[in-house]
Design a protein around this ligand. Structure first.
Ligand code: SF4
Length: 109
C-alpha cells in the first residue's frame, strides 16, 4: 500500500470514528444560568427544568444525574451522534455544556 493510499485509509477511519464515536454530554448545573440558548437550538435534548429553572435532560432515556448532597451538580447524556448538542454547547454563553468523546477521552468542549 502506497503512502497516499494509507493516508486515505487513515482519514476514512478517523471519519468513521468521529461519526460512530460515543459522546458524553454534560450540563454543569452550578454554571448554568438558565437563559435557554441550548433549549432553543436543541430542544430534542435540552429543556429548562421546572425544579431549578436550569438546563436539563430530565425525561430523556439514558440521562443521569450526578448528585452532590441533595442537589444535582450535573446531568449527563450519552449519545452516538451529537446532532444539535454540539451546536447547543458551542452557543452556551457560560460554557456550562461539556462534551467528551468517550472512545478517545478527548474533551471537545
Ligand atoms: S445555554 Fe448554557 S447557561 Fe443557558 S440554559 Fe443552556 S446550559 Fe444553561
Amino acid at each position: 500500500m502506497g503512502v497516499k493510499q494509507r493516508f486515505k485509509e487513515d482519514t476514512r477511519q478517523e471519519r468513521r470514528g468521529a461519526l460512530l464515536g460515543k459522546f458524553r454530554v454534560e450540563i454543569d448545573k452550578n454554571t448554568c444560568q438558565g437563559f435557554g440558548a441550548c433549549v432553543e437550538l436543541c430542544p430534542k435534548f435540552f429543556h429548562l427544568s421546572d425544579t431549578d429553572g436550569k438546563s436539563s435532560f430530565e425525561g430523556i432515556e439514558g440521562a443521569k444525574k450526578v448528585m452532590k448532597g441533595d442537589e444535582a451538580a450535573a446531568e449527563t447524556l450519552e449519545l452516538d451522534e451529537l446532532e444539535c448538542a454540539r451546536e447547543a454547547a458551542d452557543a452556551c454563553p457560560y460554557n456550562a455544556i461539556h462534551i467528551t468523546n468517550m472512545e478517545t477521552g478527548e474533551k471537545l468542549i
